[in-house]
Design a protein around this ligand. Structure first.
Ligand code: SF4
Length: 356
């Protein structure tokens, strides 16, 4: 049996029941594909269901505020994805009569949609004969065709797209592309691929040459970079201070407590005082330590020292230098705002310990 047929039969019998697999609605396929970039499947399943309750269609999304969209995305990370979804939704309403196009070219003109996502929407929703290549498929091809090229190199990328195009059986893109993705998730996994249950094992060159540990070519170990940061929760007259980051930075438009990176020779307490002054012109003193949180972001390990702080001069007003907006609010209302991971951990700690 040829490779395509074996894979399609295997997919029909083994595909998982996922919330976005119960439909070909392009809106739902689009949202699921964006969520699945850089986020694990089980996590996406929870967020996807919640998202669809909040924004069941394009019109409800396009008329929503960025604040609401970011709050619904909170916890998924890489927030530019959510901002791009909202921008694209508005463009689709304004320029495409509220319809998601089937053409790969038109899809790629929308914010946040690259060749992979455009291919996924065009093939899964509209069954257009358009290939897809993502990290899973790159790994499968490296093994299947024994590709001896550095993953992500221009030569490897070109070859992978060419292979995906050649392999695609006409009229079967919807199932074939999903079958490849599913094979990468369930069988041809990054570590310990399950070759005994692989529907395409008879075609796999890496298996034949006993080269699976070498395919794809292993990455050089990238070192984790430690970063020390400090932040302060400013309490004043029973309210806390939060500020909204500038739109164009890495966690743009999310909310935070002022703070930043510790400079050489500085204590965490000194960092908080300096950062408050630089970011808000507020003069604060450090009252007590709350906790230290640790979280990982790409190759960074971020240690965040967290304090309760108060104002040295009680009548001062903030002047924002690193944010677009601020609020004074009761701690109980903090759930209405979206925060980046480190600050969310701090908030969870405060809730668990009944602080402030
Ligand atoms: Fe991957 Fe093994 Fe199948 Fe080859 S035989 S494609 S390595 S699971």
């Amino acid at each position: 049996m040829n490779l395509q047929k074996s894979l399609l039969i295997w997919f029909a019998e083994n595909q998982r029941d996922l919330p976005w697999r119960r439909t070909y609605d392009p809106y739902q396929i689009w949202i699921s594909e964006i969520m699945l970039q850089q986020t694990q499947m089980d996590r996406v399943a929870l967020f996807f269901v919640r998202w669809m309750k909040e924004f069941p269609d394009l019109a409800s999304l396009a008329t929503s505020s960025e604040h609401k969209v970011l709050k619904c995305w909170e916890g998924l990370g890489y927030y530019s994805r959510a901002r791009n979804i909202l921008k694209a939704a508005k463009l689709l309403i304004a320029d495409h009569q509220g319809q998601i196009p089937a053409s790969r070219k038109l899809l790629q003109r929308l914010p946040g949609i690259g060749p992979y996502t455009a291919g996924a929407i065009a093939s899964i929703s509209f069954n257009r004969d358009v290939p897809v290549v993502d990290a899973n498929i790159e790994r499968i091809f490296a093994r299947l065709f024994n590709i001896d090229l550095i993953p992500k190199s221009p030569a490897a990328k070109k070859l992978n797209w060419q292979k995906a195009e050649e392999l695609l059986p006409a009229g079967e893109a919807r199932n074939f592309n999903q079958a490849l993705m599913e094979l990468g998730a369930l069988v041809c996994r990054p570590k310990q691929p399950n070759c005994s249950f692989c529907p395409v094992a008879a075609h796999c060159l890496a298996l034949q040459y006993d080269l699976i540990p070498e395919r794809p070519i292993p990455k050089k170990n990238t070192k984790t970079i430690p970063i020390n940061m400090a932040t302060g929760v400013l309490l004043h007259k029973g309210l806390i201070f939060i500020q909204q980051r500038l739109a164009d930075d890495v966690w743009g438009a999310l909310w935070e407590f002022p703070g930043g990176r510790m400079e050489e020779g500085e204590t965490a307490e000194e960092t908080v005082i300096r950062e408050y002054l630089e970011e808000t012109e507020l003069v604060v003193r450090v009252d007590s330590k709350i906790t230290t949180t640790i979280h990982h972001y790409t190759r960074y390990k971020i240690t965040l020292h967290c304090f309760i702080v108060s104002l040295e001069q009680s009548d001062s007003d903030p002047v924002l230098h690193a944010a677009q907006e601020f609020h004074w609010l009761p701690f109980e209302q903090i759930n209405q705002y979206a925060f980046p991971a480190g600050h969310r951990k701090l908030i969870q700690f405060m809730k668990a310990h009944k602080l402030p």
